[in-house]
Ligand binder design. Structure first.
Ligand SMILES: [Zn+2]
Length: 249
């Protein structure tokens, strides 16, 4: 290790006062970023979507141990990076022939014929586009959002009636990291990408938020309520784990 590296590491680990979280910031882009966490009880290595590897270091961790931990998991890290490169990413361009997740199925974006007007179909749905070449994604996602704004609130009101919950507002949003959320005053927000998921997954997310209006936590009581109204919730969770990346989340 060079002297420069040593000193940057020392700045990070050297302080005696507890530091909540720190990020090592050497001059050149580091292979692994070390983050100290007051909550962490052990070393952990994660790979972020942007390709940055982050080593979580417990508060009482040492430089030597942190580096050794990373070296021990070097092979895992290289494999994870390879996997990430192969995986379809959120920013993928959509063209004719691309398979996109729509209504729970991976379906091809195909050219639809309607005289002079360019349009495409995905499964049974037809969407007007400005042109057939170039990236179709922004236009198609705008169509998806429009449908989501019509369909998701309607479905939420329906399921609220079925479960006897009183909901104040339903909004549909572009959320990058969550499927839904709710507020104490009975408002429910849903991710528009739920129109891309199968119906049982969409319904599960709605039930999940509805039950939060009774239990604002993830306690056993909460999950028992979810299980009562949505017995298939575990399958929906599994689907989301497996397919979330297809949605660019
Ligand atoms: Zn929840």
């Amino acid at each position: 290790m060079s002297a420069a590296e040593q000193s940057s590491f020392f700045d990070f680990f050297g302080g005696s006062a507890p530091v909540p979280t720190g990020i090592e910031a050497p001059a050149d882009k580091p292979d692994v970023v070390f983050e100290r966490s007051a909550k962490a009880t052990r070393y952990r290595l994660t790979l972020k979507k942007d390709g940055t590897a982050v080593a979580i270091v417990p508060l009482r961790g040492s430089e030597r141990e942190a580096r050794a931990f990373v070296e021990e998991h070097r092979e895992w890290l290289e494999r994870a990076r390879e996997r990430q490169k192969r995986k379809p990413r959120g920013a993928t361009v959509w063209t004719l022939g691309t398979h996109v997740l729509w209504r729970g199925e991976l379906s091809e974006v195909r050219k639809a014929v309607d005289g002079e007007r360019p349009q495409v179909c995905i499964a049974a749905d037809v969407f007007r586009v400005a042109r057939l070449d170039g990236d179709l994604r922004p236009t198609l996602e705008a169509h998806f959002l429009r449908l989501a704004k019509a369909e998701l609130p309607a479905r939420t009101w329906e399921l609220a009636a079925v479960t006897g919950m009183s909901v104040s507002t339903v909004s549909v949003r572009n959320q990058r990291t969550r499927w839904g959320s709710c507020s104490a005053d009975g408002g429910i927000s849903l991710n528009w990408r739920l129109v891309q998921t199968p119906d049982f997954v969409r319904d599960y997310i709605i039930y999940h938020e509805l039950m939060h209006l009774k239990e604002m936590n993830h306690s056993d009581r909460f999950w028992a309520r979810v299980g009562e109204v949505c017995p298939g919730w575990r399958d929906a969770e599994k689907w989301l784990k497996r397919n979330g990346s297809l949605l660019g989340l």
